[in-house]
Design a protein around this ligand. Structure first.
Ligand code: C2E
Ligand code: CA
Ligand code: CA
Length: 510
């Protein structure tokens, strides 16, 4: 499981780390761009205030000379020539003494309310044309000089092409943004930063960009993001190849069991007397996605060695229950369902419980569930094993001794175990041919089985000669390619349904 998800996890981690670094980089540049924009706004403000300073100097000179028509004209010319200024006023004793506007008019509503400081932001309602303005105030020996700057020039200075960035001009406790009127300054939030005016008492306030912004990543880093995605996919692919290479056969089998790649095939067990089907033996197949079907001869020994035989058999048992339940009403009473068990499973503490659970799963309670126990491996017949098998026998299971004649363990335990069938190993049947002497070995094995009063199943019947020999010897239960090879469940259904009519009536209840 971990091996399967490791490349994906690594790729996701790689992508997230890359996206994080990209975001960090974009955040830094957005921060720097915001600061640069604030500095540019400050420079523009300083230029505007330099104009106000120059106009103030002209006004001071005029104040010393008097507010003649010529001098007032000069004041008006100065206001007109300085691109950002609106009006220039000279005040004495709280009244307008001389103005750049004809007739000494003024555009401010309440001069007396102006505070005693160099810069003041006047809200819209303080101006005759109902638009905010900035007043630059300088006391001089001949009166107070007031220079006003229109809001449109201030807003131009605060303008920026960046959607997320909002620059504001702060003077004292008042603030003017790119849009709207002069406002009371609210407490700075931690998302705000500012630059101070270099030569005058104002600040340019700006908001810091958010640390993480999907919109920013997609807008500015879409190409890099795609490249990262490509790199991550390549990394996952390479890692996947490497991980699969380093996967042990046992790991691969473990994953296969979990993915449901170990499936049951069914080989019919025949009645040689009338060619009818008496049951099936379940044989494991590995449906490998890469290499196709793998024979149990190559993975059952591995499963036994690695301890995977128990989960493997349990998985098969579950599938067999599902399959047999799907055709449960079609199976005749006593239909055999044989399944192979390895010694490692039989000796396990959970064996009896596993088998009882398996038995309980069948809807058709009249099946003969056969437990095939191989004689090929030493069985370690001890009291526990005898107890387990006899308990299951008493619970209705039939016990078959598989591969009879090949065992090393001797036959003494046959007395202690309730064996129902013995399955003569196919190697004995395979020797039988036209040659008279070819049956000698099988004769001995059959003789032994008969003496032990055991019901015999012959495996590996491939030829008519072998069938005739077995028929002559009254061996009625037969299995082999002569009849059927092991088949998939769907094939088994077809076989069961395609039997001649009289056989169907006998074995498939309708
Ligand atoms: P087995 O239990 O003796 O099963 C019979 C084997 O003989 C099967 O091989 C079957 O395909 C093959 N066979 C049947 N008829 C003929 C025939 O006419 N000629 C020849 N040459 N072979 C025939 P398969 O399916 O390859 O299984 C091999 C062995 O793997 C089985 O021998 C059994 O010992 C083991 N096995 C298979 N499935 C399982 C399982 O689910 N659990 C355990 N523990 N062992 C299994
Ligand atoms: Ca078997
Ligand atoms: Ca066998």
């Amino acid at each position: 499981m971990f091996r399967a998800t490791l490349p994906t996890l690594a790729a996701v981690l790689f992508f997230i780390t890359g996206a994080f670094i990209l975001n960090l980089q974009l955040w830094y540049s957005a921060k720097n761009e915001s600061l640069a924009s604030a500095n540019r706004a400050m420079q523009s403000m300083d230029e505007i205030l330099q104009e106000a300073r120059a106009a103030t100097n002209t006004a001071i000179a005029i104040a010393a000379k008097g507010c003649s028509v010529d001098n007032q004209y000069q004041l008006g010319t100065e206001a007109a020539l300085q691109p950002h200024l609106r009006t220039i006023l000279i005040m004495t004793n709280g009244k307008v003494w001389c103005s750049s506007l004809p007739g000494n008019r003024l555009l401010l509503n309440n001069l007396a309310a102006l505070p005693d400081r160099e810069l003041t932001l006047v809200p819209a309602k303080g101006n005759i044309q109902n638009r905010p303005s900035l007043v630059y105030r300088t006391p001089s020996a001949h009166g107070i000089i007031l220079v006003t700057v229109s809001d449109s020039h201030l807003r131009d200075a605060l303008g920026t092409s960046k959607k997320y960035l909002h620059l504001r001009l702060v003077i004292g406790q008042q603030v003017l943004g790119y849009r709207g009127d002069v406002q009371e300054l609210k407490a700075d939030t931690k998302n705000d930063a500012f630059v101070n005016g270099q030569s005058h008492a104002y600040r340019i306030l700006y908001n810091l960009p958010p640390f993480f912004s999907l919109e920013r990543i997609f807008r500015q880093g879409a190409g890099l993001l795609l490249f990262l995605l490509l790199l991550s996919s390549i990394a996952a692919w390479i890692l996947g190849k490497y991980v699969n290479k380093t996967t042990t056969p046992a790991d691969a089998l473990d994953s296969a069991i979990k993915r449901g790649e170990i499936i049951p095939y069914y080989q019919p067990v025949m009645d040689g007397r009338d060619n009818s089907i008496r049951g099936v033996e379940v044989l494991a197949r590995w449906k490998h996605p890469g290499t196709g079907f793998i024979s149990p001869a190559s993975f059952i020994p591995l499963a036994e060695k690695s301890g995977l035989i128990i989960p493997l058999t349990l998985s098969l048992m579950r599938q067999v229950v599902t399959h047999m339940n799907a055709i449960s009403t079609k199976l005749p009473e006593g239909f055999h369902v044989g399944i192979n068990f390895s010694a490692a499973h039989i000796n396990a503490a959970t064996f009896v419980e596993d088998c009882l659970k398996y038995q309980a799963g069948f809807m058709n309670k009249h099946l003969t569930l056969v437990l095939e126990v191989t004689e090929r491996e030493p069985l370690h017949v001890d009291e526990q094993l005898i107890h387990n098998l006899n308990t299951l026998h008493a619970s209705g299971f039939a016990i078959a001794l598989d591969d009879f004649g090949t065992g090393y363990s001797g036959l003494s335990y046959l007395h202690d175990l309730n064996i129902d069938y013995i399955k003569i190993d196919q190697s004995f049947v395979a020797r039988v041919n036209e040659d008279k002497d070819s049956t000698k070995l099988l004769d001995c094995v059959l003789e032994l089985a008969r003496k032990l009063s055991l019901t015999i199943v012959a495996e590996g019947v491939e030829t008519k000669t072998q069938l005739d020999y077995l028929n002559r010897n009254n061996i009625s239960l037969l299995q082999g390619y002569y009849f059927y090879k092991p088949v998939k469940f769907v094939e088994l259904i077809k076989i069961l349904l395609s039997k001649p009519k009289e056989k169907i009536e006998r074995y498939i209840e309708t």
